[in-house]
Design a protein around this ligand. Sequence first.
Ligand code: SF4
Ligand code: SF4
Length: 350
Amino acid sequence: MTFGRQPSTLTLLSTYRCTAACENCCFASHPGIEERLSLTDMLNAIDQAAALGSISLVVFSGGECFMLEEELIIAVARCTERRLASRCVSNGYWATSIKAAHDRLDPLRRAGLRELNLSTGDHHQKYVPVERIAFGAAAGIALGMHVVVVVERELDRNFRSQTLLSHPALAAIRDHPNLTVFDSPWMPMEDRASVKHGAGTLANRSNLHRRPGCDSVLDTMVVNPRGEVGACCGLTREQIPEMKIGSLSDMTLAEMAGSAGHDFLKIWLSVEGPEHILAWAATKDPRIDWEDLYNHHCDACRAIYQDPRVRAVLARHWHERRDDILSRYRLAHDRTRPVVPEETTAVISI
Ligand code: SF4
Ligand code: SF4
């Protein structure tokens, strides 16, 4: 039996192959990667997502989903047939001109695609010139799509959202209601010193109240190129074994959603977010170092699962927070069933 949050989104990371090889890419993507999800598996996952009933959106990301070529169009069309909205996330490498961008997007629009997300910033621009983001965005808007451009944010950066919006190709549409441009923190994947953020942007006890619960965990089901399914679309998900909830080869999405929904730590992440869990764990073991370390919440989340001191506190004390967290979870996501604490599973093993 399931309770609480039901997934609203399926994200297909059909390939980690990419035309670029950005430093600190969350999946270490690069052009030489061959492994990928087959078209059959993609269509099967879309069909299962539609059957779940709660999922309304399928996101195609990667790696670079446009490298799937014709298969991307077929998969988008299947979403449309199943009455699921679709979104493609891309680095825009294909938008070499307005016409080239139009020619690439139009078959996807006719298959039902209505949302295009483009990524750019200092790291991306070593591989994809910013003109292509401007051309891709302009062509998407002209085709009636909603276009979101996400710009890397870190302390020492040259490129900013305003720089993109001043590009001539965007002059006529910079205030268009279907165009959104915003900054998102770039985060270190291996070497913490490789990405710097301003001191005021790092989580600590003075700004903890501004850190929300995670809106991805238990809401987004992610399928990676190996057919493994994750419980969130976080940047550090592949580095957290506990976020893997099954595999397309031996479980259905419905079974995986059901079992993940009983994992107390995922529920806790949803209700309070990783920074609050770290702060609470530090009240039990003051040796836990968390303040002024993390900008991105997935960075803080990785620390929860990788720091043995945090794991030890959670394993010993999680039940002290159980009733409080489950009550708040039910208020947010499920008022139709009473909370049954025994239905949640132990938080973490050490
Ligand atoms: S464009 Fe995106 S997926 Fe490709 S290497 Fe850069 S960050 Fe990774
Ligand atoms: S904070 Fe944790 S649970 Fe949420 S998206 Fe990031 S890695 Fe996933």
